[in-house]
Design a protein around this ligand. Structure first.
Ligand code: FBP
Length: 283
Protein backbone atom coordinates (compact mmCIF):
# COMPACT_ATOMS: atom_id res chain seq x y z
CA UNK A 1 0.00 0.00 0.00
CA UNK A 2 2.89 2.33 0.74
CA UNK A 3 4.05 2.29 -2.89
CA UNK A 4 0.55 3.26 -3.99
CA UNK A 5 0.36 6.20 -1.57
CA UNK A 6 3.87 7.39 -2.43
CA UNK A 7 2.95 7.23 -6.12
CA UNK A 8 -0.12 9.41 -5.46
CA UNK A 9 2.18 12.03 -3.89
CA UNK A 10 4.34 12.05 -7.05
CA UNK A 11 1.25 12.30 -9.27
CA UNK A 12 -0.01 15.31 -7.27
CA UNK A 13 3.06 17.40 -8.11
CA UNK A 14 2.97 16.43 -11.79
CA UNK A 15 -0.72 17.28 -12.23
CA UNK A 16 -0.30 20.53 -10.30
CA UNK A 17 2.49 21.49 -12.72
CA UNK A 18 0.29 20.60 -15.73
CA UNK A 19 -2.57 22.73 -14.34
CA UNK A 20 -0.21 25.70 -14.01
CA UNK A 21 1.46 25.39 -17.43
CA UNK A 22 -0.64 23.41 -19.91
CA UNK A 23 -3.31 24.32 -22.49
CA UNK A 24 -6.75 24.66 -20.85
CA UNK A 25 -8.63 23.99 -24.10
CA UNK A 26 -10.89 21.07 -25.04
CA UNK A 27 -9.50 17.97 -26.73
CA UNK A 28 -11.20 16.29 -29.72
CA UNK A 29 -12.43 13.40 -27.53
CA UNK A 30 -15.32 12.60 -25.13
CA UNK A 31 -15.16 10.51 -21.94
CA UNK A 32 -17.27 7.38 -21.46
CA UNK A 33 -20.09 9.48 -19.98
CA UNK A 34 -20.25 11.44 -23.24
CA UNK A 35 -18.73 14.59 -21.70
CA UNK A 36 -16.26 16.68 -23.73
CA UNK A 37 -12.77 16.12 -22.37
CA UNK A 38 -10.39 18.94 -21.57
CA UNK A 39 -6.79 18.42 -22.71
CA UNK A 40 -5.95 18.55 -18.99
CA UNK A 41 -8.35 15.65 -18.29
CA UNK A 42 -6.53 13.52 -20.88
CA UNK A 43 -3.09 14.62 -19.70
CA UNK A 44 -3.88 14.03 -16.02
CA UNK A 45 -5.12 10.56 -16.93
CA UNK A 46 -1.85 9.81 -18.77
CA UNK A 47 0.24 11.08 -15.83
CA UNK A 48 -1.60 8.66 -13.50
CA UNK A 49 -1.36 5.70 -15.90
CA UNK A 50 2.41 6.20 -16.36
CA UNK A 51 3.02 6.66 -12.63
CA UNK A 52 1.27 3.42 -11.63
CA UNK A 53 2.67 1.36 -14.53
CA UNK A 54 5.69 0.36 -12.42
CA UNK A 55 3.77 -0.16 -9.14
CA UNK A 56 3.74 -3.98 -8.77
CA UNK A 57 0.99 -3.88 -6.13
CA UNK A 58 -1.44 -2.41 -8.68
CA UNK A 59 -3.36 -5.04 -10.64
CA UNK A 60 -5.79 -2.78 -12.54
CA UNK A 61 -6.56 0.85 -13.24
CA UNK A 62 -10.11 2.12 -13.89
CA UNK A 63 -10.42 5.76 -14.92
CA UNK A 64 -13.46 8.03 -14.90
CA UNK A 65 -12.17 9.36 -18.20
CA UNK A 66 -12.07 5.99 -19.97
CA UNK A 67 -14.24 2.93 -20.62
CA UNK A 68 -13.09 -0.47 -19.32
CA UNK A 69 -10.34 -1.79 -17.04
CA UNK A 70 -6.60 -1.39 -17.77
CA UNK A 71 -4.66 -4.40 -16.42
CA UNK A 72 -1.14 -3.48 -15.24
CA UNK A 73 0.23 -6.41 -13.19
CA UNK A 74 -1.63 -9.76 -13.15
CA UNK A 75 -0.04 -10.52 -9.73
CA UNK A 76 -1.03 -7.13 -8.36
CA UNK A 77 -3.30 -6.84 -5.29
CA UNK A 78 -5.23 -3.61 -5.82
CA UNK A 79 -7.55 -2.05 -8.39
CA UNK A 80 -7.35 1.76 -8.35
CA UNK A 81 -10.46 3.60 -9.53
CA UNK A 82 -9.70 7.28 -9.99
CA UNK A 83 -11.03 10.61 -11.18
CA UNK A 84 -7.91 12.26 -12.63
CA UNK A 85 -9.15 15.87 -12.46
CA UNK A 86 -12.45 16.34 -10.69
CA UNK A 87 -14.18 19.63 -11.41
CA UNK A 88 -11.80 20.21 -14.35
CA UNK A 89 -14.26 22.66 -15.89
CA UNK A 90 -13.29 25.08 -13.09
CA UNK A 91 -9.61 25.30 -14.03
CA UNK A 92 -10.08 28.00 -16.66
CA UNK A 93 -11.74 30.22 -14.04
CA UNK A 94 -8.91 29.46 -11.61
CA UNK A 95 -10.95 27.69 -8.94
CA UNK A 96 -9.66 24.75 -6.90
CA UNK A 97 -9.97 21.27 -8.40
CA UNK A 98 -8.87 17.81 -7.33
CA UNK A 99 -7.94 14.20 -8.03
CA UNK A 100 -9.71 11.29 -6.29
CA UNK A 101 -8.37 7.74 -5.77
CA UNK A 102 -10.27 4.67 -4.51
CA UNK A 103 -8.11 1.60 -3.74
CA UNK A 104 -10.11 -1.63 -3.92
CA UNK A 105 -9.19 -5.25 -3.26
CA UNK A 106 -11.26 -7.80 -5.19
CA UNK A 107 -14.72 -7.08 -6.65
CA UNK A 108 -15.35 -3.38 -7.25
CA UNK A 109 -17.85 -2.49 -4.52
CA UNK A 110 -18.01 -0.30 -1.42
CA UNK A 111 -17.15 -2.98 1.13
CA UNK A 112 -13.97 -3.85 -0.77
CA UNK A 113 -12.48 -0.37 -0.62
CA UNK A 114 -9.35 -0.60 1.58
CA UNK A 115 -8.07 2.96 1.33
CA UNK A 116 -8.82 6.24 -0.44
CA UNK A 117 -7.13 9.56 -1.05
CA UNK A 118 -7.74 12.90 -2.71
CA UNK A 119 -5.57 15.83 -3.74
CA UNK A 120 -6.74 19.46 -3.72
CA UNK A 121 -5.03 21.75 -6.25
CA UNK A 122 -5.73 25.14 -4.73
CA UNK A 123 -3.59 27.99 -3.42
CA UNK A 124 -1.59 25.08 -1.95
CA UNK A 125 -1.47 21.40 -2.81
CA UNK A 126 -3.10 19.36 -0.04
CA UNK A 127 -3.53 15.61 0.21
CA UNK A 128 -5.87 13.59 2.43
CA UNK A 129 -5.29 9.86 2.92
CA UNK A 130 -7.66 7.48 4.72
CA UNK A 131 -6.88 3.90 5.70
CA UNK A 132 -8.87 1.48 7.86
CA UNK A 133 -9.08 2.07 11.65
CA UNK A 134 -7.45 5.51 11.49
CA UNK A 135 -8.63 9.11 11.20
CA UNK A 136 -7.98 10.59 7.74
CA UNK A 137 -4.58 12.33 7.63
CA UNK A 138 -4.07 15.78 6.07
CA UNK A 139 -0.76 16.56 4.32
CA UNK A 140 0.43 19.82 2.73
CA UNK A 141 3.07 20.27 0.05
CA UNK A 142 6.00 22.28 1.43
CA UNK A 143 9.24 22.67 -0.56
CA UNK A 144 8.40 19.71 -2.83
CA UNK A 145 7.45 17.20 -0.12
CA UNK A 146 4.18 16.39 1.65
CA UNK A 147 4.33 17.37 5.34
CA UNK A 148 1.88 15.80 7.82
CA UNK A 149 -0.45 18.51 9.24
CA UNK A 150 -3.13 16.76 11.32
CA UNK A 151 -5.61 13.90 11.67
CA UNK A 152 -9.10 15.04 10.65
CA UNK A 153 -12.16 14.72 12.94
CA UNK A 154 -15.60 16.15 12.22
CA UNK A 155 -17.85 17.76 14.82
CA UNK A 156 -21.35 16.43 15.56
CA UNK A 157 -22.91 19.45 13.82
CA UNK A 158 -21.60 22.02 11.30
CA UNK A 159 -22.54 25.35 9.70
CA UNK A 160 -21.91 24.86 5.96
CA UNK A 161 -24.32 23.76 3.25
CA UNK A 162 -23.24 22.73 -0.29
CA UNK A 163 -26.34 21.79 -2.31
CA UNK A 164 -25.58 20.33 -5.77
CA UNK A 165 -27.85 19.58 -8.68
CA UNK A 166 -30.06 21.88 -10.76
CA UNK A 167 -32.50 23.38 -8.23
CA UNK A 168 -35.45 23.54 -10.66
CA UNK A 169 -35.16 19.76 -10.97
CA UNK A 170 -35.03 19.07 -7.23
CA UNK A 171 -37.90 17.23 -5.56
CA UNK A 172 -40.11 19.45 -3.37
CA UNK A 173 -39.03 17.39 -0.37
CA UNK A 174 -35.36 18.08 -1.06
CA UNK A 175 -36.01 21.79 -1.61
CA UNK A 176 -37.83 22.06 1.75
CA UNK A 177 -35.00 20.20 3.52
CA UNK A 178 -32.24 22.39 2.03
CA UNK A 179 -34.22 25.59 2.72
CA UNK A 180 -34.71 24.46 6.34
CA UNK A 181 -30.94 24.28 6.83
CA UNK A 182 -30.59 27.85 5.52
CA UNK A 183 -33.34 29.06 7.86
CA UNK A 184 -31.31 27.44 10.68
CA UNK A 185 -28.41 29.74 9.72
CA UNK A 186 -26.28 27.43 7.53
CA UNK A 187 -24.03 29.29 5.10
CA UNK A 188 -23.95 28.46 1.37
CA UNK A 189 -20.56 27.05 0.27
CA UNK A 190 -20.79 25.45 -3.23
CA UNK A 191 -18.01 25.92 -5.81
CA UNK A 192 -19.10 23.25 -8.30
CA UNK A 193 -16.01 21.20 -7.44
CA UNK A 194 -16.76 18.12 -5.34
CA UNK A 195 -13.21 17.86 -3.94
CA UNK A 196 -12.80 21.44 -2.61
CA UNK A 197 -16.44 21.50 -1.41
CA UNK A 198 -16.13 18.26 0.62
CA UNK A 199 -12.63 19.27 1.79
CA UNK A 200 -13.96 22.59 3.15
CA UNK A 201 -16.90 21.00 5.00
CA UNK A 202 -14.62 18.38 6.60
CA UNK A 203 -11.87 20.82 7.65
CA UNK A 204 -14.32 23.42 8.92
CA UNK A 205 -15.92 20.98 11.27
CA UNK A 206 -18.98 19.83 9.39
CA UNK A 207 -22.18 20.59 7.52
CA UNK A 208 -23.76 18.97 4.47
CA UNK A 209 -22.79 18.32 0.83
CA UNK A 210 -25.63 16.91 -1.25
CA UNK A 211 -26.03 15.87 -4.87
CA UNK A 212 -29.51 14.32 -5.00
CA UNK A 213 -31.37 12.48 -7.70
CA UNK A 214 -33.22 15.07 -9.79
CA UNK A 215 -35.89 14.94 -12.50
CA UNK A 216 -33.11 15.28 -15.14
CA UNK A 217 -30.67 12.93 -13.34
CA UNK A 218 -32.74 10.49 -11.21
CA UNK A 219 -29.57 8.54 -10.29
CA UNK A 220 -27.62 11.70 -9.46
CA UNK A 221 -24.45 12.77 -11.28
CA UNK A 222 -21.52 11.63 -9.16
CA UNK A 223 -19.86 8.29 -9.94
CA UNK A 224 -19.89 5.55 -7.34
CA UNK A 225 -16.41 3.99 -7.78
CA UNK A 226 -14.39 7.13 -8.58
CA UNK A 227 -16.03 9.86 -6.47
CA UNK A 228 -18.78 8.72 -4.08
CA UNK A 229 -17.34 5.61 -2.36
CA UNK A 230 -13.79 7.03 -1.87
CA UNK A 231 -15.26 10.13 -0.14
CA UNK A 232 -17.80 8.05 1.83
CA UNK A 233 -14.90 6.12 3.38
CA UNK A 234 -13.07 9.34 4.29
CA UNK A 235 -16.18 10.96 5.81
CA UNK A 236 -16.97 7.88 7.91
CA UNK A 237 -13.35 7.63 9.11
CA UNK A 238 -13.53 11.31 10.13
CA UNK A 239 -16.64 10.62 12.27
CA UNK A 240 -19.24 11.86 9.75
CA UNK A 241 -21.73 9.93 7.63
CA UNK A 242 -22.30 9.32 3.90
CA UNK A 243 -25.65 8.00 2.65
CA UNK A 244 -27.88 7.81 -0.41
CA UNK A 245 -31.45 9.15 -0.71
CA UNK A 246 -32.77 6.04 1.11
CA UNK A 247 -30.49 6.71 4.08
CA UNK A 248 -28.36 3.66 3.12
CA UNK A 249 -24.59 3.84 3.68
CA UNK A 250 -22.76 4.65 0.42
CA UNK A 251 -20.10 2.16 1.55
CA UNK A 252 -22.69 -0.58 0.82
CA UNK A 253 -22.97 0.37 -2.86
CA UNK A 254 -22.45 -2.45 -5.41
CA UNK A 255 -22.26 -0.81 -8.87
CA UNK A 256 -23.40 -2.93 -11.84
CA UNK A 257 -21.29 -0.82 -14.24
CA UNK A 258 -17.99 1.04 -13.48
CA UNK A 259 -19.55 4.39 -14.43
CA UNK A 260 -22.74 4.04 -12.36
CA UNK A 261 -23.73 7.16 -10.41
CA UNK A 262 -25.66 7.56 -7.13
CA UNK A 263 -27.53 10.31 -5.25
CA UNK A 264 -25.27 11.17 -2.32
CA UNK A 265 -25.25 13.05 0.99
CA UNK A 266 -22.03 13.65 2.95
CA UNK A 267 -22.00 15.38 6.31
CA UNK A 268 -21.68 15.46 10.06
CA UNK A 269 -24.11 13.36 12.08
CA UNK A 270 -26.70 16.08 12.87
CA UNK A 271 -27.21 17.01 9.19
CA UNK A 272 -27.39 13.42 7.91
CA UNK A 273 -29.91 12.47 10.63
CA UNK A 274 -31.92 15.58 9.64
CA UNK A 275 -31.76 14.44 5.97
CA UNK A 276 -32.99 10.93 6.88
CA UNK A 277 -35.91 12.50 8.81
CA UNK A 278 -36.74 14.82 5.90
CA UNK A 279 -36.59 11.92 3.42
CA UNK A 280 -38.62 9.66 5.75
CA UNK A 281 -35.83 7.05 5.94
CA UNK A 282 -34.96 7.51 9.66
CA UNK A 283 -35.23 4.16 11.54
P1 FBP B 1 -16.18 15.78 -13.00
O1 FBP B 1 -15.57 17.09 -13.27
O2 FBP B 1 -15.24 14.77 -12.56
O3 FBP B 1 -17.07 15.30 -14.10
O4 FBP B 1 -17.05 16.00 -11.66
C1 FBP B 1 -18.25 16.27 -11.55
C2 FBP B 1 -18.49 17.61 -10.84
O5 FBP B 1 -17.83 18.65 -11.47
C3 FBP B 1 -18.16 17.61 -9.36
O6 FBP B 1 -16.86 17.99 -9.06
C4 FBP B 1 -19.15 18.63 -8.80
O7 FBP B 1 -19.50 18.42 -7.46
C5 FBP B 1 -20.34 18.47 -9.73
O8 FBP B 1 -19.88 17.82 -10.89
C6 FBP B 1 -20.90 19.80 -10.12
O9 FBP B 1 -22.09 19.54 -10.78
P2 FBP B 1 -23.11 20.72 -11.15
O10 FBP B 1 -22.40 21.54 -12.17
O11 FBP B 1 -24.31 20.02 -11.69
O12 FBP B 1 -23.42 21.45 -9.89
Amino acid sequence: MNTVLETIKKIAFEIDEAIKTEDLGYSESENSSGEDQLKLDVQSDLIIEKAFASAEAVKNLVSEEKEGVLELNSDGKYTICYDPLDGSSLVDVNLSVGSIFGIYEGELKGENLVSSAYVVYGPRIELVIATKDKKPALYRAVDGIFKFIEDISMNEKGKLNAPGGTQQNWSLNHKIFIDTLFTEGYRLRYSGGMVPDLHQIMLKGGGLFSYPGTTDKPDGKLRQLFEVIPFAFIYEQAGGQAVDHKGKRLMELVPSHPHDTSPCFFGSNYEIEAMKKAYGTKD
